[in-house]
Design a binder for this molecule. Structure first.
Ligand SMILES: [Zn+2]
Length: 454
């Protein structure tokens, strides 16, 4: 490789590619040109870059992939008395507040949310936006505007709620929509924003919210629409004991049986949480190729439970990691979620059940599978997207951790990205967000958040 490329990240203490062979190279380099990885190799053979980043005291990984989030919730973080509740109580308190969401609030929360994610080493995120209040405008296009401004690789999902309290659902009337309106808007957003090329920066999936806020008819119709439009499907599933009880009473079956009955058991789908599948249901998920977004902090904060992640991975279920909504997990650091996934895996299954590399694999390759982007993101191999993170391993936090930089990355800390690169663009530079205007955005975000919380 003789020609000059856009960016070379070189001299890594350890380069962790997460490629098909899980190649790791001490002293390795990555070259990115036109947004795509064009070379990976050992020290001394790298091309010249128009910019060169030295990663001598750092570990370099693929950018982390966030497979579950509700970004608008950063307008209601850590808000009592919901802080004392489990899932159903927490939702019931917050739905009326969220009914104030509009384009301005969606744009501001997305801007803040993407910035926070980038600083924590996330390069691709989804967002599950299921609140579409009447008169609130196009809240999903507002998020996509923020993603484009910041340079985030973004999987928007057109969420929906159609079953309100009067029909036996959990949400109030003012945040649900009717069947035809949801399907028409879903098709409109896919037509407007969904990019089909391998290195797409914006994609759109369809995402009815949960068994207790959506009718079976909408689940069936959404699956059919996703098939026709060739886009992915996402929903919450098996998060909480209350949901089990609800499904038994309303549908006469467990959440996963319901999921299959409405036509969602497929590799087009990935689901959030999945804390309570039994052994048979884990096998079914694996047969379908349905992905799971594991949300360790949220599962702890809402006291949902310990998800059987090791069992799912052993069975072949694609498992990614999600930070979940900013007001259930209250933070949006994929580094922290990846660490929490490692810790909970060990707590549930013993020390041998989950190592740092297992957790990092979920946060990268696993996330790519959930989003239908395997080979495109979540790994550093020639032809993959130029998305990577340079993680510092220096200073007092890492003193003494010389033997295994990957174990050190997740066992020591706390940590955040020194450099985050998306499509070859440096979006976090020496620990700082490159985009300007953060203070103005935070001021506007505060105004909206305070008005909602009065
Ligand atoms: Zn969620």
């Amino acid at each position: 490789m003789n020609e000059t490329v856009d960016l070379v990240v070189a001299n890594a203490r350890l380069l962790v590619t997460m490629d098909d062979d899980r190649t790791e190279i001490a002293g390795g380099w990555v070259a990115i040109d036109a947004g795509v990885v064009v070379g990976v190799g050992p020290a001394g053979r790298e091309p010249v870059g128009r910019r060169r980043i030295d990663a001598g005291d750092a570990v370099v990984t693929p950018g982390l992939v966030n497979t579950h989030h509700h970004i608008y919730q950063n307008l209601t973080r850590a808000l009592p008395p919901a802080t004392r509740e489990n899932l159903f109580g927490w939702l019931t308190y917050l739905y009326p507040i969220w009914s104030r969401l509009d384009e301005e609030a969606s744009y501001l929360s997305a801007w803040v949310g993407f910035a926070e994610l980038m600083l924590g080493g996330c390069t691709t995120t989804m967002d599950h936006l299921y609140v579409h209040p009447r008169g609130g405008g196009d809240v999903i296009t507002a998020e996509i505007t923020a993603a484009t401004e910041l340079g985030m690789r973004f999987h928007a999902t057109r969420g929906s709620m159609s079953r309100s309290q009067k029909d036996g659902g959990l949400p109030p009337d003012e945040v649900v929509q009717d069947f035809d309106e949801i399907l028409a808007d879903s098709e409109r957003l896919v037509g407007l924003h969904h990019q089909r090329e391998p290195h797409a920066m914006v994609q759109v999936a369809l995402a009815p919210c949960s068994p207790f806020s959506v009718t079976p008819e909408l689940m069936v119709a959404t699956a059919e629409l996703a098939e026709r439009l060739d886009v992915r499907l996402h929903t919450h599933l098996a998060e909480d004991h209350d949901e089990d009880t609800y499904c038994q009473e309303m549908y006469g079956c467990r959440p996963l049986e319901y999921f299959e009955q409405v036509g969602w058991g497929s590799d087009r789908s990935w689901v959030a949480h999945c804390v309570y599948p039994n052994a048979t249901e884990i096998s079914r998920l694996a047969e379908w190729g349905t992905g799971v977004a594991h949300c360790p902090s949220s599962n702890q904060i809402l006291s949902a439970g310990l998800a059987p992640i090791s069992e799912m991975r052993e069975a072949g279920v694609p498992v990614g990691i999600g930070c979940d909504g900013s007001s259930s997990a209250d933070s949006a650091s994929l580094w922290m979620e990846t660490r929490a996934a490692m810790l909970l895996g060990r707590l549930r299954g013993g020390a041998a059940a989950m190592q740092a590399r297992d957790a990092l694999e979920m946060a990268t390759r696993g996330g790519a599978r959930c989003l239908g982007r395997q080979g495109q993101i979540g790994e550093l191999s020639v032809g993959a997207a130029g998305d990577l993170v340079v993680w510092p391993l220096d200073g007092v936090r890492f003193a003494g951790a010389w033997a295994d930089p990957v174990e050190a990355l997740l066992r020591c800390g706390p940590n955040a990205a020194r450099y985050t690169v998306i499509a070859g663009q440096v979006v976090v530079d020496d620990g700082h967000l490159v985009a300007s205007g953060t203070e103005d955005i935070l001021r506007r975000h505060e105004t909206v958040a305070r008005s909602w919380q009065q």
